[in-house]
Ligand binder design. Sequence first.
Ligand SMILES: Cc1cc2nc3c(=O)[nH]c(=O)nc-3n(C[C@H](O)[C@H](O)[C@H](O)COP(=O)(O)O)c2cc1C
Length: 180
Amino acid sequence: MTTTKTLYLLCSAAPPVFDVARVIEDAQARGWDVCLGLTPTAAHWVSGSLDGLAALTGHPVRWQYKFPGEADVWPAADALLFAPATFNSLNSWALGLTDGFAVGVAAEAVGKEGVPVVAMPCLNSALSLHPQFDQSLAVLRGAGVTVLYGEGGFAPGPAGPDAPPHFPWRTALDAVTNGR
Ligand SMILES: Cc1cc2nc3c(=O)[nH]c(=O)nc-3n(C[C@H](O)[C@H](O)[C@H](O)COP(=O)(O)O)c2cc1C
């Protein structure tokens, strides 16, 4: 594939974030120019890899808002994938709580014409039963976000283990690539 459209890949602090280098390479192989944004906690988790991830993408890895007056360091997005999206980030996004850079970018993208937005939540089944979660799914889906959860998307496992049993990264990349 020879297209060079820009994908904003936003990750929050759930264990699949540790796969992000491989996922970036998969996205690049599909023709995406990838810009990586992280929540502060996710940035902390992969802090030892930030320089390597910037080199891999060719763009600064971002987890903080720029200073007022600073130039944008990323090209405009053609699509956005928020994965893994934690319970915290997904709810913040749905509620419009944009104190963090990654959720702020995702919130803005919902209002931009022609930018497909895909999210893949990552949470355990206990958190999935919190009443806010279904409301957040409904709000985001109602706003046009493709939320890959349940059949054909992420299926939560039991609370307890550090990592979910399976995070279908390929499905997430398929959805964002097919939507462009
Ligand atoms: C080992 C470990 C695994 C975690 N896995 C998840 C997860 O799969 N989903 C989730 O919503 N939160 C998970 N958390 C909790 C989040 O990291 C925590 O809520 C964090 O504040 C999320 O912040 P963020 O949404 O800004 O990245 C995990 C925490 C730890 C320490």
